[in-house]
Design a binder for this molecule. Sequence first.
Ligand code: UDP
Ligand code: MG
Length: 152
Amino acid sequence: MTKERTFIAIKPDGVQRGYVSEIIGRFEKKGFKLVGLKQLIPSKELAQNHYGVHRERPFFGDLVDFISSGPVVAMVWEGKGVILSARKLIGATKPLEAEPGTIRGDLAIDIGRNIIHGSDGEDTAKFEIDLWFNEEELCEWQTSDSKWRSEN
Ligand code: UDP
Ligand code: MG
């Protein structure tokens, strides 16, 4: 059984625009398993840590202000290949370059309002899950139809 997990966040624009159910639905329909879910208004410190790799970039200040400006829906999803698959479901960083059918391709226009975050690799997934969630906030559980979703 795979334990691959990724961190997904619906940013304040996605929450404000009423896309929480739409976005969760896409991950559910794909077959991934929700193991952590909460809504919070992130502190500046949390936003700065989360986007620490971009600290030197010119958009960093605006990005941190935006992410901490309102409710974010933070999630952990589990399943075979979930890290890369989630990035594909999300689409390119610039929504105008994201393919139709992807979340950003269907639902967003602007890079600064691209509605969703997804971890970009194994190391960042682990870092981001640990940053946003305590271990006891994550559920170990089996879907009743797990063998119909994935062979292993
Ligand atoms: N971002 C931005 N302007 C830029 C580049 C990035 O506002 O020129 C924001 C955007 O919200 C993006 C986030 O910074 O989602 C993180 O950038 P990254 O390159 O890691 O994109 P992602 O992993 O979200 O696709
Ligand atoms: Mg990124």
